[in-house]
Design a protein around this ligand. Structure first.
Ligand code: FAD
Length: 576
């Protein structure tokens, strides 16, 4: 088995991992920085898939206070306010850095100012973009910058587990070179989880295929505390492409921001019933749930969607402003600029994740987290445009903090028994002789999560899915796979599923705890938002004997207290 050491180990190369690597390398050039990525550098993760853009306050009348308040209202007031403030305060500086230091170039107005467009839930047009494919610009430029520095990049390596020292610190990670199937022990003074969370345990999914909530599962494995795991964002406009893996791929929110309309199969503009003021520009949770209910109650199209119509905006406008979306639809024979296109809600983003402080520390020495692996920034619902801002803001902070933190720290030691146990567990399907089908388990998990822990939840369904997940975890141990260790994709799917089942259980258990509706979490049996009893975060960690422990903690209202009218972003207006 290969053994290496590094000062700073970064797991994941999306916005958070790339920015962290650059900041760490630039802050302390004598340190060794290693970046591990499950896919190919610059090609993996969701940052590359960012379409709409990046929220930052650049000029009046917009203000940091407005961005902050929009973020809290979108998050239905359970955000960690210190994290949310760090996001809005640092985002303008990070945008300037992306352009001036790393070479990104965002769209301009005729007078050469950075153009900012409308996204849902915003007081002012705030979203900075590069056409409608912003993530490609950001990821390409950041990846080029990484390659120009002495940062060690391990492509197609996946982190399997974090390694702990005798003192209970995190001292690196066990990696697997997916091409050769060889394990690689990487000891590190500081380890950053930037693996991008990802709600890939649902039937309809928008996030990138390489994500299986590995970072969250690994954090749980070493006893880190997690929060808000019940908060899963469903984006309202995933494509409906029957019998295609592209079902769930996104049409960006800017289409609704620009005036796109949603109609059901009866031709009704149904958002009038769910948010008569903001209509399609309402927050994602409300629009996604409205679409889900329209479809569930029989007013969807025969293929199981609703129709997004932007044709009234003018074909020229749509083609000029949304070329990526037009092309994506054209691939399936649809003319987005001139005709309605079928869409449905799609699992998009995990608001929950590892509890962090604004400096990305986690409470476990040596372990840091940033981006979608971390919880708290977005509360119960993330605003469009705040995701990539989150990953680059906190990735940069983590890089700086880790570079300072590792100075003078001793080399961590990790035991051989620990490594032996982790490799044996990871290799179990290659040595077993069970008869369970990996893909049958995966399909059941996806269906069950969609039905019982998706956009509409209730106690019986959540208890049912928790029981089912438990039996699926048992079945997974009885899967036997053919083939060796080198580039064994079925084995990778097994490793993915192991983490997805665990994180699915976290979502369902947390959803069962929260007996109210708030943001993206809607309980049919508790449809109201309860500001008195449930202004709390649901927290979770691994307890003694491997049990999953949950508890609640009052939200720390360190900067703003919710006003009655500020709750208008929560789902009190759902369905009839
Ligand atoms: C289709 C789509 C459109 C979006 N559009 C927007 C938008 O317009 N604006 C916005 O603000 N947000 C948007 N988002 C959300 C945004 O993409 C995320 O908030 C953000 O990019 C997450 O960044 P990250 O660095 O945390 O994770 P990611 O960018 O997802 O990167 C995760 C990285 O971790 C790696 N990884 C995963 N597991 C492992 C492992 N076990 N070992 C090693 N590496 C691992 C992955 O390969 C990847 O490199 C969109 C998301 C999607 C899916």
């Amino acid at each position: 088995m290969d053994q290496s050491r590094t000062d700073i180990l970064i797991i994941g190369a999306g916005g958070a991992g790339l920015t962290a690597a650059l900041h760490a390398a630039d802050r302390a050039q004598h340190l060794s920085v290693t970046l591990v990525v499950k896919g190919l550098l610059g090609r993996a993760g969701c940052t590359r898939m960012v379409q709409g853009g990046y929220n930052a306050v650049l000029k009046p009348p917009d203000s940091l206070e407005d961005h902050f308040l929009d973020t809290l209202m979108g998050g239905a007031w359970i955000n960690d306010q210190e994290l949310a403030w760090t996001l809005v305060e640092t985002a303008p500086e990070r945008i300037r850095e992306l352009e001036a230091r790393y070479g990104c170039f965002f769209d301009r107005t005729p007078d050469a100012q950075i153009h900012q467009k409308a996204f849902a839930g915003q007081s002012y047009d705030r979203t900075i973009h590069k056409g409608d494919l912003t993530g490609i610009e950001i990821t390409n430029r950041l990846a080029e910058q990484v390659l120009a520095r002495p940062i060690r990049v391990l492509d197609e390596h996946r982190a399997i587990s974090l390694l702990h020292t005798e003192g209970g610190e995190v001292g690196g990670a066990l990696l697997l070179d997916m091409r050769t199937g060889k394990f690689h022990v990487f000891r590190a003074k500081a380890t950053l989880l930037a693996a991008g969370g990802g709600p890939s345990m649902y039937k309809v999914v928008a996030c990138s295929a390489d994500k299986s909530a590995d970072g969250i599962a690994m954090a749980y494995g070493v006893g880190a505390s997690l929060q808000d795991m019940e908060m899963v964002q469903f984006h309202p406009t995933g494509l409906v492409v029957p019998r295609s893996l592209l079902t769930g791929a996104l049409l960006e929110e800017g289409l609704r921001g620009a005036g796109g309309r949603l109609n059901n199969n009866l031709g009704e503009r149904y958002m009038q019933r769910y948010d008569s003021v903001r209509l399609e520009r309402s927050t994602r949770d409300i629009v996604a749930r409205a679409s889900y209910l329209e479809i569930a109650e029989g007013r969807g199209t025969p293929a199981g969607g609703v129709r997004l119509d932007v044709s009234h905006l003018g074909a020229e406008f749509v083609e000029q402003n949304f070329p990526g979306m037009v092309k994506r639809c054209r691939d399936f024979g649809w003319d987005l600029a001139r005709q309605p296109v079928e869409v449905q809600p799609t699992a998009h983003f995990t608001m929950g994740g590892v509890q962090i402080s604004p400096d990305c520390t986690t409470g476990i020495q040596g372990l840091f987290a940033a981006g979608e692996d971390a919880g708290g920034v977005h509360g119960a619902n993330r605003l469009g445009g705040n995701g990539v801002a989150d990953s680059t803001v906190f990735g940069g902070i983590a890089g700086d903090v880790m570079a300072d933190w590792v100075v003078g720290r001793p080399e961590p030691t990790v035991s051989g028994e620990q490594i032996e146990q982790l490799t044996v567990e990871a290799c179990r399907p290659l040595t077993g002789n069970g008869t369970e089908s990996l893909y049958a388990i995966r399909d059941r998990m996806r269906e069950s999560m969609w039905e019982h822990a998706g956009l509409v939840r209730e106690e019986d369904g959540l208890k049912k899915v928790i029981a089912e997940l438990g039996s699926m975890q048992g079945q997974l141990e009885k899967v036997a796979l053919k083939g060796g260790r080198a580039y064994n994709l079925a084995w990778m799917d097994w490793l993915n599923l192991r983490n997805q089942l665990l994180v699915a259980e976290m979502i369902a258990r947390s959803a069962l705890v929260r007996q109210e509706s708030r943001g993206s979490h809607y309980r049919r049996d508790y449809p109201e938002t309860d500001q008195t009893a449930w202004l709390v975060n649901v927290c979770l960690r691994q307890g003694p004997g491997g049990t999953m422990q949950t508890w609640t903690r009052p939200v720390r209202l360190t900067r703003r207290v919710p006003q009655a009218e500020a709750l208008s972003a929560s789902p009190v207006d759902i369905g009839d």
